[in-house]
Design a protein around this ligand. Structure first.
Ligand SMILES: [Zn+2]
Length: 239
């Protein structure tokens, strides 16, 4: 058995045995890591809050047959401002839940790690931009290869008159290619989504509130369709 160092962002944890806790992290090098923190429920002070979700940590692991055991933890960034603000907690919760759903164990994705790290940093620095979660979801979809098409009809490839969105087809569709289950979108939403998808998450395009809600709603439903599960935190409106 060997000792090794790694780092990761804590996605979630759950009780394990009488006093232990399984802590699931996203590592930049190893994808999702399922580790065990021993005795944390008996002696809470040992790791303190350092293994709470939404914490970026350096860890030392003792390799086990099934689960590696956390022996040391130090915090790289605890994103303290997120925790004091409900809107930010909900937005961060959505980011973490999506990442947890799309990344598997031993499935390294440095891009997804960097997206989550940046997403949490942006949230920690300022009140969330209304398009931040939309942008995060679109970039996560791109990383896992299901980015929706906005500029061309997913059926015939035309680039004008794209007023509908079809989850199964993978994005925008024109009136001729629309099939059952195609959502009708108001004018401008597709263009707005395309601009959000192309923008850096620190420099997102502005729009009115109803446009940004519609853009987020369609993006959430697109992700839900592709994740084939109802994402719990996505059910919370207005975030
Ligand atoms: Zn078409």
């Amino acid at each position: 058995m060997a000792i090794r160092s790694d780092q990761g962002i804590v996605l979630r944890g759950y009780p394990f045995g009488e006093s232990h806790r399984v802590v699931v992290l996203l590592s930049p090098n190893h994808g999702k890591l399922r580790t065990v923190a021993k005795g944390v429920r008996k002696t809470k002070s040992r790791f303190g809050g350092r293994l709470e979700p939404m914490t970026h940590v350096d860890i030392v692991l003792y390799e086990g047959k099934e689960l590696d055991t956390v022996t040391q933890v130090s915090v790289i960034n605890g994103f303290p401002n997120i925790r004091n603000d409900l809107d930010r907690v909900l937005a961060a919760g959505t980011m973490i839940e999506v990442v947890d759903a799309v990344i598997q164990e031993d499935d390294p994705s440095l891009r997804m790690f960097l997206l989550l790290q940046r997403g949490l940093s942006v949230l920690d620095d300022a009140q969330p931009h209304p398009a931040l979660v939309t942008a995060f979801l679109l970039k996560a979809a791109d990383i896992v290869g299901v980015a929706p098409a906005f500029d061309t009809c997913s059926g015939c490839g035309r680039t004008d008159n794209l007023r509908r969105f079809n989850f199964a087809a993978g994005g925008s569709v024109c009136e001729e290619c629309r099939s059952p289950g195609s959502y009708s979108l108001r004018a401008g939403v597709v263009e707005y989504l395309a601009s959000v998808a192309a923008a850096d998450i620190t420099d997102l395009p502005n729009t009115d509130e109803s446009m940004s809600k519609e853009a987020l709603g369609i993006t959430k439903r697109f992700m839900e369709y592709h994740l084939e599960r109802q994402l719990k935190t996505l059910a919370v409106p207005n975030v």
